[in-house]
Design a protein around this ligand. Sequence first.
Ligand SMILES: [Cu+2]
Length: 478
Amino acid sequence: MELAQPGQDFLSAQSYNAVFTVHGVIMIFLVVIPGLAAVFGNLFMPIMIGARDVSFPKLNLFSFYIYMFGAVLAVISLFIGKGAPDTGWTFYAPYSTQSGSNVIAAVLAAFVLGFSSILTGLNFIVTIHRLRAPGMTWFKMPLFPWSLYATAWIQLLATPIVGITLLMLVAERLFKIGFFDPNLGGDPILFQHLFWIYSHPAVYVMILPAMGVITEIIPTFAKRKVFGYKAIALSSVAIAAVGYLVWGHHMYTAGMSGTARWFFSFLTFIVAVPSAIKVFNWISTMYKGSISLEPPFYFAMAFIFNFMIGGLTGLILGSLATDIHVHDTAFVVAHFHYIIFGGMGFAFLAALHYWFPKIYGRMYNHKMANWSCVTIFVGFTVLYFPQFIVGLQGMPRRYFDYLPQFQTGHFISAIGAFILGIGFVLVFMNLVRSAKTGKIAESNPWGGLTLEWQIASPPTVENFDEIPVITEGPYEYK
Ligand SMILES: [Cu+2]
């Protein structure tokens, strides 16, 4: 709304900075990182591998409490002390070491939330190693658990790095220890390196479970055995591994050596390969399938479409020459939201509509779900696509005001935001109402072959009366 037209409308420049910072902190650390893995992973990963629960249920509960504590701290940071943090969710030094706003509380919240992420990752790794049902070899495991397994290793190994980085920032602010501030003998580029060594892999914490969900939905609705099962399983692991090595692509303009820059660019192109393999496999799975057009399938199609645009524009950002032009413009904002909202967000909605009847034992209104999918997709496209264009034209991101020539794109985006909002109201109304009063759903309304569809809806406390013995692969549609 602030950007719908040039000039100051609703917010001061300072509050605008605070609003996009808080938006970033809440969405990244409280919604997108834990969203799919913690919600649907906890609900369905144990069932899908034939287990009664995760390996350490109490640790699981503990990490939920840590999450709630971190969430409260993050929200409190908006209101106490000297005002909401204004650094952007990346907390870049040296500004974050000097800003008069409430940086320490927000940083500590992110630090606390990291423990929740690490403990959940640890729990999932142990569960997948130790609790798979008899006969479920690694390559008979469904692909959503595979994606969570790859994600869990990132959570376990990468999160401590950002934890330490944020503590260094706090130490610098409180005790004037010179890590990042050149005036104290520090180096601000060091912060960017440490930050992105975690935060690039963190993008895969967000997107890998999304890919896993889509891989569950497409075979079910195409009634086809998934194409290239092993390639999809191993590409998750490949993405997790190579994803550690590409952090420098956030820093092409930060003053790294030419050698470092082309090397990071090269590795970034490599990590695109396993992602492309997945898209290829999804499309091949649908080929000659007998497709039933249900709401989860529509959300999954919207995911693939958005993810392809997000992925291809990622290549533009991964190339040195083009990145220099669009660095720190609205183009980056558009790319990021295509991956995270168009990708992870749509996958979350797909998962919600796919597993809803299993979770509540009730079915929602299909027509309304389809309309909400269309509304959200239209709103999303109208909101974010113009940002590619104003970005290419040179509109810097995170600016509270702009020159008149950027107005058309911003105005269209503002309209899209309202359409998007209406779409979410539709989803919310449909699902909340149906959770209480929807038609009773069959235990397997979509004809899924994975284990969660073979038990009652909603599942009983320990999922299975008797642990199943696995003889076939997860998507054996003949
Ligand atoms: Cu990155």
